[in-house]
Design a protein around this ligand. Structure first.
Ligand code: MTE
Length: 321
């Protein structure tokens, strides 16, 4: 058991023996291959590492069917663990999250390197059901467990020059997907400080009441529900307060396709496809092939315009995409 789990209130009795869990997973995959999903799948996920802390419910609840945990944890984008949707689950074991530390630097009065325990200790954990819309035009509805990003950032006392916040994913470990040059590692993301401090911005350490699995960005990742999914950077090891707009991985790799803001916007197409509609990932993936619902309209700011629309009120969104 990792120490931070104790801090987060997770009891070791809540953690399934890994061998049992793996065995169940194998069973599940075998069942999926045979076209038998359902009872076994549900049972398998009841066996994951429960967050037994009091998780407070909040007003953040998305409408619509919740994506199954099975799907959300087996159909992933985490290029450090491979580019196929099933690779992150398959390669999850290569990501080592204990020990874990996060370095905070740049324009702030309380920088430093903090253990995961230091980071998590003062935060009460809440559950937020958020829609997440991927730039590839699929979406999910997921109950996340974590705390507001602003509560964390304020602890480092950003100064008046801190106009942006930059984030980096772990790159010191030789993860299998990093042999490919598909992106320039480490994976980088950034937000304007007002976006980062907005109450919707969330740091997740769990999902579905379970400790966040490696393939979903353990031990902590951002969730920014009004932006395309790639802004929600996983497995964070560095946070920097900057005066200049930081570089971001997808913008560096294809600047005409992926802007810095990357707000969900059905009126601004990706150069190679429309963003007007999406397919929701719903039922049991039954292994690695996900089930998609029929297409629905995508909402401006992914339906969060009332909350965050004012952040972009005076901007030309075709230019600042
Ligand atoms: N973070 C890192 N470090 N590496 C990645 O490849 N993929 C992004 C984002 N965060 C990615 C990442 C993309 S494209 C999406 S859609 C979301 O993670 C997917 O999160 P999920 O797998 O938990 O659904």
């Amino acid at each position: 058991m990792q120490d931070w789990m104790k801090l987060a209130g997770i009891r070791s009795s809540d953690i399934t023996d890994e061998a049992v869990f793996r065995q169940r997973r194998t069973l599940l995959q075998a069942a999926a291959a045979a076209g038998m999903t359902g009872a076994i799948a549900t049972d398998s996920f009841a066996m994951t590492e429960k967050l037994s802390m009091d998780v407070a419910e909040t007003q953040y609840k998305a409408e619509g069917e919740i994506t199954s945990e099975e799907t959300a944890t087996s159909y992933n984008n985490f290029y450090e663990l491979g580019t196929d949707k099933g690779d992150p689950l398959k390669n999850a074991k290569f990501l080592k999250t204990d020990p874990w530390s996060v370095t905070v630097d740049g324009e702030c009065d309380a920088p430093g390197t903090f253990t995961l325990e230091d980071i998590l200790k003062p935060h009460a954990i809440e559950e937020r059901v958020y829609r997440l819309r991927c730039v590839e035009a699929w979406s999910m509805v997921i109950p996340w467990n974590g705390f507001p990003l602003a509560d964390l950032l304020k602890r480092f006392k950003p100064n008046s020059k801190a106009k942006y916040v930059a984030f980096e994913t772990v790159s010191s470990q030789k993860l299998p997907g990093m042999r490919s040059r598909v992106l320039d590692w480490p994976y980088r993301e950034g937000l304007r400080i007002d976006e980062a401090m907005h109450p919707l911005s969330f740091m997740a350490i769990g999902m579905y009441g379970n400790v966040i699995p490696n393939q979903n960005g353990a031990p902590m990742r951002l969730v920014l529900p009004w932006k395309y999914g790639f802004k929600s950077i996983k497995s964070i090891v560095k946070i920097s307060f900057t005066e200049e707009q930081p570089q971001t991985s997808w913008n560096m790799s294809a600047p005409h396709e992926y802007g810095f803001f990357s707000n969900v916007n059905p009126n601004v197409s990706h150069p190679r496809w429309s963003q007007a509609k999406e397919r929701k990932l719903v039922g049991d993936a039954g292994g690695l092939s996900a089930l998609f619902a029929s297409k629905t309209e995508t909402a401006y700011l992914n339906g969060y315009a009332e909350e965050v629309g004012n952040l972009y009120a005076d901007m030309d969104l075709k230019k600042f995409f």
